[in-house]
Design a binder for this molecule. Sequence first.
Ligand SMILES: NC(=O)c1ccc[n+]([C@@H]2O[C@H](COP(=O)([O-])OP(=O)(O)OC[C@H]3O[C@@H](n4cnc5c(N)ncnc54)[C@H](O)[C@@H]3O)[C@@H](O)[C@H]2O)c1
Length: 260
Amino acid sequence: MTQLSKEYIGRLNGRVAIVTGAAQGIGARYAQVLAAEGAAIVCADVIDATPIASDIAATGGKAIAVRTDVTSRESVQAMVNKALEAFGKIDILVNNAGLFANLALKPFDEISSEEWDKVMAVNVRGPFECAKAVVPTMRRQQYGKIINIASGTVFKGVPMLLHYVSSKGAVVALTRSLARELGDAGIRVNTLAPGLTASENTLANPAWQGAVSANNIASRAIKRELLPEDLCGTLVYLASEESDFVTGQVIVVDGGSVMH
Ligand SMILES: NC(=O)c1ccc[n+]([C@@H]2O[C@H](COP(=O)([O-])OP(=O)(O)OC[C@H]3O[C@@H](n4cnc5c(N)ncnc54)[C@H](O)[C@@H]3O)[C@@H](O)[C@H]2O)c1
């Protein structure tokens, strides 16, 4: 893991956070940063997230890794049960798990129905299953923060990824409706929408390099690569009590490519 460069001041001391898709890429960085701010972390991923949990523990934080498939209600409930056994409560859910960096760019009429359903299952039903499983605990606490991860592509209408862009559009809609349903229970629901980010898997996929990356950078008000680190200030803000009167919102973090 890259070393964290910033100063952390314990803004999440005593909090418990679940980060889905935390085994690698941006999710691993989210887990690290929330831990650095004082939260105990459940690193939930369909692949083994033990290295990230161990990394957090080695730097003095609290974390467990739980193998979880966000498309399975049973798997998600088992993960939530483990979180409660380990840490006794759940304050923050970061719905980061998603299918993106490994998807092939293709015209919409070459996307099979099976591929469409798979993307929707992970990117839309996953956040739904996770929210459903944590809300009973958050309701009991009368406090919670759900942070969904969408994408700047929703506002740009990016071509060649219709299933992905549609799924992230649904995440924005899900955020707004869920925020209305959960406000009275003290549960805030917001969306962080990153632009194209130099994550492990986008860097490894030639489709996201070259002209695609250059065009993204050129479209920004701040013309440079977006690093996972750039997303973390907004994530911590949405996870902390500093944003307690903010709900149903989408914050785009992309150096000012999308302005909405
Ligand atoms: N990288 C970007 O440019 C970018 C831009 C905008 C939004 N995003 C979003 O940010 C999130 C993370 O992106 P990334 O680039 O780090 O992606 P990534 O593919 O590197 O990581 C996604 C993680 O989700 C996990 N995952 C996949 N299916 C799962 C399932 N069924 N259950 C549990 N975990 C599962 C994967 O194992 C992986 O660890 C995604 O939601 C992505 O759509 C990424």
